[in-house]
Write a protein that binds this ligand. Structure first.
Ligand code: PGA
Length: 263
């Protein structure tokens, strides 16, 4: 995997936005097929979304031929709830870009048949030709999407039970009450993400440092599902100095040297 280290989250977010824009344009230059983009919610991608919105408003980029698949959604939270991932994505991204509404895919956490909903999501990804680039974050417990510790690395889209840790971390959006955070979610699986032609994981701030070091230097393990990135042929981690702080000095130096040599 490649590790891109920037001074802070703002710089890392910019790098990620430019990378997405470059990939969309590269594909558009060689085919009329849509670009298929996997997307996360959370605090981490906000700077990236803001820069992509700026590019669209400046006429530098278009999402007219982009199809998106979001990673996850809470189970049982009404779509119009301000903390649903439907609300998050529209507020922070989709309402400000030129993407056709029918190109947006977000799991329906209120589907009457959750299993059928998850199976249909996997089929929709395949029907779109697979995902070109999946952007994700990393949880403090090393989760990718809502694939908590002990999620099989072969997992597919399904209903998952959130850890108490995750509910506590996310309680900041629910008035500080972990019990107000839904206990379950629908999430793409680790294998769903890893099937993408490219995966880009963003990690900013000191709270991500331990999980990130273990994902990069530890064994590939269901205990830290982002570690599946070790086996991806085109994996990129974009992080800031704080988030990379727990890796070995020699690892850090090598990542810097690779970026200097390869860009
Ligand atoms: P955050 O969440 O971006 O809000 O830190 C990331 C995650 O839980 O994957």
């Amino acid at each position: 995997m490649k590790v891109i280290i920037r001074e802070n989250a703002a710089e890392g977010g910019l790098w990620a936005a430019r990378h997405i824009a470059a990939r969309i344009k590269e594909k558009a230059a060689r085919t009329a097929e849509p670009f298929v983009l996997g997307l996360p919610t959370g605090s981490t991608p906000l700077a990236t979304y803001a820069e992509l919105v700026r590019m669209v408003k400046a006429g530098e980029l278009s999402f007219k031929n982009v199809i998106t698949f979001n990673m996850d959604e809470y189970v049982g939270l009404p779509e119009e709830h301000p903390e649903s991932y439907h609300s998050f994505m529209h507020k922070n991204f989709f309402d400000h870009i030129d993407i056709p509404k029918d190109h947006i895919h977000i799991l329906n956490g209120n589907a009457p048949d959750p299993e059928a909903e998850c199976a249909a999501y996997e089929r929709a990804i395949l029907a779109a030709g697979g995902i070109d680039l999946f952007m994700g974050g990393i949880g403090e417990d090393g989760h990718i999407a809502f694939n908590e510790p002990f999620s099989p690395l072969s997992s597919r889209t399904r209903v998952v039970t959130l850890t108490q840790d995750t509910r506590e971390v996310n309680s900041r959006f629910f008035g500080g009450d972990p019990e107000a955070v839904p206990a379950r979610a629908m999430s793409v699986g680790v294998a769903t993400v890893m099937d993408s032609r490219e995966v880009m994981i963003l990690a900013f701030g000191p709270k991500k440092a331990r999980a990130l070091a273990s994902a990069i230097e530890g064994p590939m393990s269901h205990y830290n599902t982002v570690s599946a990135m070790q086996n991806h042929p085109a994996g990129i981690i974009v992080c800031d100095e704080a988030a990379i702080g727990e890796v070995k000095v020699n690892s850090y130096r090598y990542f810097k040297a690779v970026e200097a040599a390869e860009g």
